[in-house]
Design a protein around this ligand. Structure first.
Ligand code: ZN
Length: 250
């Protein structure tokens, strides 16, 4: 990817050039699908290589207090693998932190910087760490860890002992952004892939998808909701259906 290519995109409705490599860094299994599933599908369909990093183990993702937590972790990994395949992602990195207890630590910052230097993404996508009223501590922590890791990964004097070349991504995109300033259009095909990938997360049917797995009606209502989200986030950009982001040039 030639340096500076992304800086030339100034119209918020102009899709970014198809990146060579992308990395999506999420607190939990299913966050990538909600935040950027259609965009990642669109890019991988056009030749991009995508890596998904899941920071926590997803072990709190149930409303059933009697759930077998280690069984839930295994199930969520299986679901994330299926969803990643639908989105065209070729690798998943698991950081296996305890769900709900994520902290901003030097060790995790270093680990994410290491992954950025290994995978060398043109675009990094993650949670908006400055989203006002974001309640989930893991979402806040993952966004902040990622931003700090991007800075460390690009600077040559950080982590010399890793023996890895520094890497500066061309763009960082925050999903669920407080002040979105960029829209990626969502085609019918990408919409279907996003929904299909979301529905892979059957363990989250009750908690985040309006029980979409329990009946055809509930599933249709969930799909309608996803469609409404994409249309309402697109409306501020006068476009039809889009995933929207805050864009940073690091
Ligand atoms: Zn989450």
């Amino acid at each position: 990817m030639p340096p500076g290519l992304y800086d030339q995109i100034t119209d918020p409705r102009s899709p970014l050039p198809i990146p060579g490599r992308v990395m999506a860094i999420a607190a939990h299994p299913d966050d990538v699908e909600f935040g950027a599933g259609a965009t990642i599908f669109n890019w991988t369909s056009n030749g991009a290589e995508a890596t998904i990093v899941v920071v926590t183990d997803g072990s709190k993702g149930s409303w059933n207090p009697g759930v077998d937590c280690s069984g839930l972790v295994d199930q969520r990994k299986r679901e994330q693998r299926r969803a990643a395949t639908i989105l065209g992602a070729t690798s998943i990195e698991w950081l296996d932190q305890i769900d709900g207890e994520l902290q901003h630590t030097p060790e995790l910052r270093r680990e994410i910087a290491r992954l950025i230097r290994i995978h060398r993404p043109d675009v990094v996508l993650t949670h908006d760490p400055w989203q006002r009223y974001q309640l989930h501590p893991d979402h806040r922590a993952t966004g902040l860890l990622t931003v700090d890791a991007v800075v460390a990964a690009r600077e040559p004097l950080f982590y010399l002992d890793l023996g890895l070349e520094p890497h500066r991504p061309s763009t960082v995109l925050f999903w669920s952004a407080d002040e979105p300033d960029h829209a990626e259009p969502v085609s019918a095909r990408a919409f279907d892939a996003k929904v299909e990938a979301l529905l892979c997360h059957a363990s989250q049917s009750e908690t985040t998808m309006g029980s979409a797995a329990t009946s055809d009606d509930a599933r249709d209502r969930f799909i309608e909701r996803v469609d409404d989200w994409l249309r309402s986030s697109a409306s501020r950009f006068d476009t039809d259906r889009a995933e929207t982001f805050k864009r940073i040039i690091p």
